[in-house]
Design a protein around this ligand. Structure first.
Ligand SMILES: Nc1nc2c(c(=O)[nH]1)N[C@H]1C(S)=C(S)[C@@H](COP(=O)(O)O)O[C@H]1N2
Ligand SMILES: [Mo]
Length: 265
């Protein structure tokens, strides 16, 4: 054990360096080439390996004081879902909203915002890092995902959590895949991240109900990964054993377009 330690440290440093190179290279350009795809995949595996080894699974992302909250938290990606079903929810002040929880669970759930607000809550002031290179700090309050999963009860084959969002991507351009199915934003995480104490479904931002541009009425906060993992407009949580049948099978809207599935920071 002792004798192999320096070697292992070198391996880890190499892995971290590789990840850094991938991050600096401009993800879009890198992702567009076969080499880039391989490098991103390698970087991702190394990144997951390093984090899982160096951090205990439950180590917390940094939390900040109130004074650090950004006056202007940048909204990004979809900021006003064009979908009629979503617009109807907005018009109604989200009174008709129910978060569906299903898949490999013992007891599927349909939780209103009142139900969610009645559950145990967590508040955290954290920094959001987008893959595009900007960061903002916000204060988030919501239900720990662990509480929701405890209520539903996971079946033994459960491995991942998939978040289905309300926003159809590129609706103006058709928003359909080859099979004619709407392409909606989606994301996924493994159970280690699902049970992390800072993994919450947030309904408040900076002390107010989550605004539409930031994902109303409910969005994922997952503080040890990049911004694109943090699904906004979450309508349905699905517990699954494999990610193969969603989108192109890479675990998320942006992952299907070349980004890493494990986007650790
Ligand atoms: N449903 C949905 N979730 C999403 C996106 C999106 O376009 N649609 N964009 C992602 C990206 S790239 C980022 S950086 C964050 C932006 O969150 P914000 O608008 O609160 O800054 O949401 C993520 N979650
Ligand atoms: Mo992002």
């Amino acid at each position: 054990m002792k004798r192999t330690a320096p070697h292992r440290r070198r391996v880890l440093r190499g892995a971290a360096g590789l990840l850094g190179a991938a991050a600096l290279g401009g993800c879009d350009r890198l992702a567009g080439t076969p080499f880039g795809q391989r490098a991103l995949k390698l970087g991702e595996d190394a990144n997951l390996f390093v984090q899982r080894l160096l951090l205990t699974p439950q180590s917390l992302a940094r939390e900040f004081p109130e004074s650090a909250i950004s006056a202007d938290f940048k909204p990004n990606g979809t900021i006003d879902p064009p979908d009629e079903a979503y617009k109807a929810l907005v018009a109604d002040g989200f009174s008709g909203f129910k978060l569906a929880v299903g898949g490999l669970v013992e007891a599927p759930q349909a939780l209103s915002l009142a139900d969610l607000r009645a559950m145990p809550a967590r508040t955290q002031i954290t920094r959001h890092d987008c893959v595009e290179g900007w960061s903002s700090i916000g204060r988030w309050t919501g239900v720990p995902l662990a509480e929701i999963l405890a209520r539903a009860g996971l079946k033994p084959t459960a491995r991942y959590i998939v978040f289905h969002c309300a926003d159809t991507m590129e609706l103006a351009g058709g928003g359909l895949d080859e099979a004619g199915t709407p392409i909606q934003y989606y994301e996924s995480i493994d159970l280690t991240d699902a049970y992390h104490p800072q993994t919450i479904l947030a309904y408040d931002m900076n002390g107010q109900a989550l605004p539409v541009q930031h994902g109303a009425p409910l969005r994922l906060r997952l503080e040890r990964q990049l911004g694109y993992k943090m699904a906004k407009y979450v309508m349905r949580v699905e517990v699954v054993d494999s990610l193969a049948r969603f989108g192109d099978g890479r675990g998320g809207y942006w992952e299907d377009r070349g980004y890493e599935w494990y986007a650790g920071i």
